[in-house]
Design a protein around this ligand. Structure first.
Ligand code: SF4
Ligand code: ZN
Length: 328
């Protein structure tokens, strides 16, 4: 099959949802247009921004960084070493190698050094790894961005991630989560940095194809803690629908973001102004209002101490109880 854009080269990728097929060079143009259009439509980034790109070593975040660098945005990468045996080292290697290939040195936060490596912390506190991981990552995204004077934090969530989350929120009628779901979470007084998801218009398959065709070496194994993630069930369901009815995912998500959608109207009614939700995802469990400084670490929070400090305290207590028991 010939590329439907240049009509000369052989197509390397077929995209039924766009009724199209592209050779590698035309696919790069198509993919970058999709991302830049997503940025433009929702005004996610401006040329003046200093962007902190959160990179995990997986395809989505490295592709995001690649596109933003190529589009001329000022970016730095942040890698959070979760302290997961083997997997974290392999992921870090990919991040460092990619960064070096673009003349960059990423900022690295090692959770083992911070006293909260994910597997051990989850074991001590008897909590799910992913729940600890989410709190800890959000905390460092914001802290590193605020300390480094970044204006925005960008993550590599793609269309599959966003629609899986939307389906989960709808199936459980998580009204508060629905009100906060958006590719743009604006900056807030008190030091909450703006968060954006510039890959919201591109699918996982398109992102993987872009990474592969561009020769980006990313970690292909899944995080070993992800096996039970319910989001995988929603992704699978949506993939079956997409296979039968190409284009459903983007229609589903764009329809949700449409300001005339009653669900979005409700979200905006809670906002003082603007076209994006007011509170951040990190505050789902904490409530809304005006953030204040955490009594322990000074990070913005809606409660006396922030969720990260509360979590650290819980892990510290559990650790000392275990140590006391084993010394008896
Ligand atoms: Fe963190 Fe869970 Fe994702 Fe692994 S699967 S990176 S533990 S949120
Ligand atoms: Zn704190």
């Amino acid at each position: 099959m010939k590329c439907k854009r240049c009509r000369r080269a052989e197509a390397a990728i077929e995209l039924p949802s766009h009724h199209s097929a592209f050779c590698p060079d035309c696919f790069f143009v198509f993919f970058r247009r999709q991302v830049t259009e997503g940025i433009r439509k929702l005004r996610l980034l401006s040329p003046e921004d200093r962007t902190l790109v959160c990179v995990s070593g997986g395809k989505d975040s490295l592709v995001l960084w690649d596109v933003l660098i190529d589009e001329g945005y000022e970016t730095e990468g942040l890698y959070i070493d979760l302290g997961i045996d083997g997997y974290s080292d392999r992921s870090k290697e990919k991040v460092l190698a990619y960064a070096a290939s673009r003349g960059k040195t990423p900022i690295v936060v090692e959770l083992a050094k911070e006293g909260i490596p994910i597997p051990e912390a989850a074991h001590c506190a008897r909590m799910q790894e992913c729940s600890i991981c989410g709190t800890v990552k959000r905390y460092f995204f914001n802290r590193v961005a605020a300390e480094g004077k970044f204006t925005v934090v960008a993550t590599g969530h793609n269309l599959d991630d966003e629609t899986a989350r939307l389906l989960g929120n709808l199936l459980h009628w998580q009204r508060d989560h629905l009100a906060r779901q958006h590719p743009l979470l604006p900056e807030e007084a008190g030091g909450l940095v703006r968060k954006v998801k510039p890959l919201w218009r591109v699918s996982e398959v398109e992102t993987a194809a872009y990474g592969f065709l561009k020769g980006i070496d990313y970690v292909t194994e899944e995080c070993p803690m992800s096996e039970d993630a319910t989001s995988l069930v929603y992704k699978e369901a949506l993939s079956r629908i997409e296979d039968r009815m190409p284009g459903t995912r983007i229609v589903f998500y764009q329809g949700f973001l449409d300001p005339s959608n009653p669900l979005r109207k409700r979200a905006e009614a809670q906002e003082p102004a603007g076209d994006a939700p007011r509170a951040t995802e990190a505050d789902a469990e904490e409530g809304v209002g005006t953030p204040r400084a955490c009594a322990s670490c000074g990070a913005p929070t809606y409660t006396e101490t922030c969720s990260f400090c509360r979590l650290k305290e819980r892990v510290r207590k559990a650790r000392s109880q275990r140590a006391a028991r084993s010394s008896r």
